[in-house]
Each structure stands twice: as structure tokens, then as C-alpha cells.
Design a protein around this ligand. Structure first.
Ligand SMILES: [Fe+2]
Length: 278
């Protein structure tokens, strides 16, 4: 089974800065003839506040000639408590109404694919608790299937035992819980987006993949992090084990967020940190 992971498309009918990358991405995906597409979030520029951004993105995804499973990103449903757009029931409900479930299970060819809503991790909400219960059941009931987890946010940036990275990865307490579950149930793959950087590594027996965005890279406005600043997608081949090829798609225009952040995400600039933008 071949799954194409696309991520961080950042589409919008009103802020069209990155829309030009949709057609070449869609063409590339169609040419690949995958069995499934997974979008790991930030479909939209500002679906957290603007329903049209989500509806527009959904319309484009529906044009793909293959089944697509999507997960929310911080720009689709909001993010951490205290941020300018905290995740909320209203925002999650909007996602569910326009796009679909914010977490899902998809069984296929001897694999169980689990999609997580990573924006509620660490916000100490009832939704977070419910999702952990649901996840544990999903893993425990996988039977003989191998397991791959998809989410917007990576488990960590530099090291599995690092402290709070704020915006960029899962907070330490929920990260520990996830890593324990991943080990207990021998999860083969954890694949994420969010960082707009491409990277692959291993954590014990689990393959970790950061798929590259298709919209823009982040330039010097953000601290250096692991991974390559490229635009593209990831191809996951799931058979006896999970193998991933990260592909730089040369037909995508290499937009740089730094050049347009005042227009696209002015609040991020004003709020405090440029790192609240990707
Ligand atoms: Fe993003």
C-alpha cells in the first residue's frame, strides 16, 4: 500500500499567496496513483476563524482522484491556550462540519492508520482525555495489524526527552504518554507536518517522519531546526514494515513566509513571536 502524505497547504480564497502551489501538487499526486492521501493539517490559511478558508480547501482536496483523509492543523482549529487563537469546541465543530472527523481510524491492507488531533494535546481538556482513551482502544484493538499514526505536530523537535518547545512540538507530558503507547503497541510510523521542514529518523523501533509542506518554507525569521527546507510530500510504503521516501517537488514555487508574513499572518508578528506562524 502506498500512501502519499501532503501537509501545510495553507490555502485560502482571500489570501491567495500560496494557492499557486495547489495545481502542481495535485498533478504530482495524481501522477503517483497512490492508494490513499493523508493531509496532516494546516489545510487553510485561517480556517480557525474563517469558514470559507476551510470550505475552499475542502473543495480543492475533493478534486483529487483518490480518497483523502485529513487532520486539523493549528491554522485550521486553533492552538495552545493563551495563544491568539486557542483551540475551542466552536473551532473543532467547524472543522467537523466542513471537513470531517478531527481524528480517525482507517484499516487497510493489514495496517491500522490512526489520525490524531494533535492540537488538543497538552491543553488538559476533556477532549484530550477522551482522545487518549480512544487512542489506547484503537491501538489495543488493532489485532494483527501494524500501526501508523498521523498527526499535525511532531512528537519532538531535537530530542525525545526535551522540555517544552511551545509552539513546535507536543508538550512533554502528553509526549511521554504517546511515546509509552507507541512502544507498548509497537507502532511502526509516526508521520507529521507543521514544521515546514523535511526530516526522517528513528525512535527505538518507530520511524518518525516530518513531511515537507507544499506551501512555503520558513526562512531566517525562525531558529534553525533539524530537517531540510524543501517543498514536497512524503510517500509511505506500508508492507512488512514502513518505508518512507521524502520527495522534493520541483514544480512547486519556493515561497518564503518571511517575505509575506505581514500580509498573511500579521497577528503572529504582533502577538510576540514569529514562530507562531507556520
Ligand atoms: Fe503550517
Amino acid at each position: 500500500m502506498r500512501i502519499i502524505q501532503i501537509t501545510d497547504t495553507h490555502l485560502s480564497p482571500s489570501k491567495a499567496h500560496f494557492n499557486a502551489n495547489w495545481s502542481p501538487l495535485a498533478q504530482w499526486v495524481a501522477d503517483q496513483k497512490p492508494d490513499l492521501v493523508v493531509h496532516t493539517g494546516d489545510l487553510s490559511i485561517d480556517g480557525a476563524d474563517i469558514e470559507d478558508d476551510l470550505a475552499f480547501s475542502a473543495g480543492l482536496l475533493n478534486e483529487l482522484p483518490v480518497k483523502v483523509l485529513s487532520l486539523p492543523g493549528n491554522h485550521d482549529i486553533g492552538h495552545m491556550p493563551g495563544s491568539p487563537q486557542p483551540v475551542s469546541a466552536t473551532r473543532i465543530d467547524r472543522w467537523r462540519a466542513v471537513i470531517g472527523p478531527d481524528r480517525w481510524i482507517h484499516d487497510m491492507d493489514g495496517w491500522r492508520l490512526v489520525g490524531l488531533n494533535s492540537l488538543i494535546l497538552g491543553n488538559d481538556s476533556l477532549e484530550e482525555e477522551e482522545q487518549f482513551d480512544w487512542l489506547e482502544d484503537a491501538l489495543a484493538e488493532a489485532e494483527t495489524r501494524r500501526i501508523a499514526i498521523f498527526a499535525h505536530k511532531p512528537l519532538f523537535v531535537d530530542a525525545a526527552d526535551e522540555g517544552e518547545t511551545g509552539y513546535w512540538s507536543v508538550r512533554p507530558a502528553p509526549r511521554r504518554k504517546l511515546l509509552d503507547l507507541i512502544e507498548e503497541y509497537d507502532v511502526a510510523l509516526h508521520a507529521s507536518g507543521h514544521l515546514h521542514r523535511a526530516w526522517q529518523g528513528m525512535h527505538n523501533n518507530t520511524s518518525l517522519v516530518w513531511a515537507p509542506a507544499s506551501s512555503f518554507i520558513v526562512g531566517d525569521m525562525e531558529r534553525d531546526m533539524p530537517g531540510e527546507r524543501i517543498l514536497g510530500a512524503a510517500i509511505h510504503t506500508l508492507a512488512d514494515r514502513a518505508e518512507t521516501e521524502i520527495v522534493e517537488i520541483n514544480s512547486l514555487s519556493r515561497f518564503v513566509l518571511d517575505d509575506v508574513i505581514e500580509e498573511v499572518y500579521p497577528r503572529a508578528r504582533i502577538a510576540q513571536a514569529p514562530e507562531t506562524a507556520a
